[in-house]
Design a binder for this molecule. Structure first.
Ligand SMILES: CC(C)(COP(=O)(O)OP(=O)(O)OC[C@H]1O[C@@H](n2cnc3c(N)ncnc32)[C@H](O)[C@@H]1OP(=O)(O)O)[C@@H](O)C(=O)NCCC(=O)NCCSC(=O)C[C@H](O)C(=O)O
Ligand SMILES: [Mg+2]
Length: 288
């Protein structure tokens, strides 16, 4: 079964913003991405790198999964970012614009050379046409790769597409990436929703991501955390149904066809119900 570490809500914050790094200690998100890439201006990159490395290794974020997003391969900041991130030892190092399995293997080698502890996993961003064509190989390229992260802003830009409700222009890329993540047994996070004031649109996009199978959503504002947590956790009804379905299956063993609420139950439905309960238990443990 895919890892059930809850990553319902994973909040980006600019690595140069001291106030945001401080505030994140009290935000109820499952994960944080301390950003050194797009949200940090070139002349603030070096100071942000030091600030982010100190924050990630401080232990100040408690139960939250902490990741550092470095600048992409080939930029002037990438190599120093990788060394600083590896030495800070966060849960994840997020690398933007990963385009191939060879890049994944080279990134893993760089992290290991820089002394990254075993707990520090690679999170690869899928946000270019090249990555979409190679996403199956990317997802399976290394045991150290634990999460795919959709970069939907970059994808829209690269495709010359538009941000529209329902995300029709992105559905092929989202679906192929999901298939790759599931085939490789890694987690996958949906992209960000840019309009921080549009609660209705955000909820609709969370629901779409959850229905497609994403483990959670990347976020840009604290106001998006609570709705994402709710949308990506099994509802009370789903938990009750999972328990009922498993009971019906156990009670019906040896009787031939089993049904629950008038619907056929087979072993595969039991496995899905067990997964729902495993996610529910993990969320409960996190929130305890
Ligand atoms: C989008 C924002 C610029 C909005 O900022 P602001 O107008 O300051 O918001 P508020 O006034 O409503 O903020 C209220 C308080 O919350 C704190 N805050 C805001 N955002 C964050 C955050 N992300 N993390 C932690 N804390 C946050 C403010 O400091 C306020 O606190 P207080 O002073 O106590 O009232 C802003 O939200 C923002 O910068 N968001 C993150 C942007 C970012 O990281 N972008 C890069 C990642 S997204 C990306 O790159 C996608 C991908 O690569 C792709 O291709 O799609
Ligand atoms: Mg991007």
């Amino acid at each position: 079964m895919t890892d059930v570490t809850p990553l319902r809500s994973v909040l980006y914050m600019p690595g140069s913003n001291e106030r945001a790094l401080e505030k994140a200690r009290s935000i109820a998100c499952d994960g944080l991405i301390l950003d050194l890439e797009d949200s940090v201006a070139p002349d603030a990159k070096t100071a942000a790198r030091e600030q982010v490395a100190a924050a990630a290794s401080s232990g100040a974020y408690g139960r939250r999964t902490v990741a550092i997003r470095v600048n992409s391969i080939g930029t002037e900041w990438h190599d120093d970012d990788i060394v600083a991130a590896a030495q800070a030892g966060p849960d994840g190092v997020v690398v933007p614009k990963v385009n191939s399995a060879d890049e994944v293997r080279a990134l893993v080698a760089s992290l290991e050379k820089a002394g990254a502890p075993d707990r520090t996993r690679l999170w690869a961003m899928v946000e270019t046409p090249e990555a979409i064509f190679d996403v199956r190989e990317i997802a399976a390229a290394s045991e150290r790769l634990a999460v795919l992260v959709m970069g939907t802003n970059d994808l829209v830009k690269e495709l010359y597409a538009e941000h529209v409700p329902g995300r029709a222009p992105l559905l092929t890329s989202l679906s192929l990436s999901l298939l790759a993540a599931r085939a490789a047994g890694v987690q996958i996070l949906d992209g960000v929703y840019n309009d921080v004031k549009d609660a209705e649109g955000f909820l609709a996009e969370c629901a779409q991501g959850r229905q497609m199978g994403f483990d959670g959503k990347t976020l840009i504002h604290p106001g998006q955390v609570a709705p994402a947590n709710e949308q990506f956790a099994p509802s009370a009804e789903a938990v009750e149904d999972a328990r009922g379905l498993i009971r019906a299956w156990e009670d019906g063993q040896g009787t031939g066809v089993v049904t629950y609420k008038n619907k056929m139950v087979e072993n595969l439905h039991v496995e899905s119900a067990q997964r729902t309960l495993a996610i529910h238990d993990a969320v409960q443990a996190l929130e305890a």
